[in-house]
Design a protein around this ligand. Structure first.
Ligand code: MEV
Length: 421
């Protein structure tokens, strides 16, 4: 294991020094650094990516440090507009290093395509007909994507469900597809559309929807870690974190915010790698409600040494090949910085950072609250908003922090005073 994710004093380096450090550590070329720093973004790429393209929305990328995941050191680029997220994740990861970092496991990369069959007189009977023709339907599905099949993926199973709805019973066919390193939406949707006419022929029913489900509960990643009690601040803090978690576990109002904090990390890495973060969000929240009530995606316990043990279990439909991840140069560079080889490795990183992010939020909430940590960057943003430039920004921010008031009117006043001098 190369100890590369621990960079002493990284946050204290200037922006250029940080870029140089990551360039050197990840082996980036000058051209890659230009792309990463938005100096050389090929606009025609975006014109091909979406319709009516007129520009780009730039979001800052920060690198989370200190992560050891499955015995491998990882630097993790996160694309996020919110202050404190990157620092909080890095800080939480530091508290796992003496205990081996994060360990993960997964169910594999299986996605579900849904086919809705209507107008059936005898849905049970139709279900049996579909299941007895499974091999033929899977073969037809797999003919749609010979490349995926060649690499060991493709449609592996068919399942049926009869659901009662407000317009009557429906037969829902689930096509299970091993998407390997792709997110899988294109492959699954193409396969579902291809087998639909055959399902109509076999059952005499009418097929309407043929679309992937974002409740990717066959593509679940689990991560666990031991967080050092002493580094967390001692027994009382550990107990406070347990109480904070139990609140989320029992109450959907709190669970929504608790899980939002997890998604601060998860969506940030999904965005940095040009993955479909809306799909990930939909999957995470529906999985959190899979037992009929909405609850926390993480758990916490205290082990025999008094340390805090945390776990996360979450569906992650992430791809490293195909789609925007493949063609977006910044996504490719971010994958290079992480040193990621495939979707499973990426998912193990994403789940681990999600757990770290959650732990950091709970620790802050159970102790000093989150505002203190937010204040410094927030104050700098506020200073910029009122027109401070260069050295004025830090001076205006420092003044607001000293006064304990981070507000536009206070910033304006401070800026006036500084300019007078
Ligand atoms: C803010 O973006 C995220 C938190 O609200 C998460 C939480 O409450 O657990 C701090």
């Amino acid at each position: 294991m190369k100890p590369t994710s621990r960079i002493e004093g990284f946050h204290k380096l200037s922006q250029n020094e940080k870029i140089d450090k990551i360039k050197q550590m990840a082996g980036l070329t000058d051209d890659e650094v230009k792309i990463l720093t938005a100096q050389n973004v090929p606009m025609d790429l975006f014109d091909r990516m979406i319709e009516n393209n007129i520009g780009v929305m730039t979001v800052p990328i920060g690198v989370a440090t200190n992560f050891i995941i499955d015995d491998t050191s990882r630097l993790v680029p996160m694309a996020v507009e919110e202050s404190s997220v990157v620092a909080a994740a890095s800080n939480a990861a530091k508290m796992t290093r003496n205990h081996g970092g994060f360990h993960t496991s997964s169910t594999g990369s299986y996605m579900i395509g849904q086919i809705q069959v209507l107008d059936l007189q005898t849905p049970e009977f139709a279900s049996h007909i579909i299941l007895s023709n499974k091999e033929q339907l899977l073969k037809l599905a797999n003919e749609q994507d010979p490349v995926l099949v060649k690499f060991g993926g493709g449609a592996t199973d068919l399942e049926t469900r009869i659901i009662g709805t407000s317009v009557g019973d429906m037969l829902i066919v689930h096509l299970i597809v091993n998407a390997l390193d792709a997110m899988g939406a294109n492959a699954v949707n193409t396969m579902a559309e291809a087998i639909a006419p055959e399902i109509e022929k076999l059952t005499g029913g009418v097929v309407r929807l043929r679309i992937l489900s974002n409740l990717a509960d066959r593509r679940v990643i689990r991560a666990r870690a031991v967080f050092d009690a002493e580094m967390l601040g001692g027994e009382e803090v550990v107990e406070g974190i347990i109480d904070a978690w139990a609140f989320a576990d029992a109450d959907p109002y709190r669970a929504a915010t608790h899980n939002k904090g997890i998604m601060n990390a998860i969506s940030a890495i999904a965005l940095a790698t040009a993955n479909d973060w809306r799909a990930i969000e939909a999957g995470a929240h529906s999985y959190a409600a899979r037992n009929g009530f909405y609850t926390s995606l993480t758990t916490y316990e205290i082990n025999e040494d008094g340390n805090l043990v945390g776990t996360i279990e979450i569906p992650l439909a992430l791809g490293t090949i195909g789609g925007a991840s493949r063609i977006h140069p910044t996504a490719q560079i971010n994958l290079k910085i992480m040193g990621v080889k495939g979707a499973q490795e990426l998912a193990s990183i994403v789940a681990s950072v999600g757990l770290a992010q959650n732990l950091a939020a709970l620790r802050a909430l159970a102790t000093e609250g989150i505002q203190k940590g937010h204040m410094k960057l927030h104050a700098r943003n506020m200073a910029t908003q009122v027109g401070a430039v260069g050295e004025e920004i830090d001076k205006v921010a420092a003044k607001m922090i000293k006064l304990g008031k981070v507000r536009a009117d206070v910033a304006e006043e401070a800026l006036k005073e500084i300019r007078k001098k």
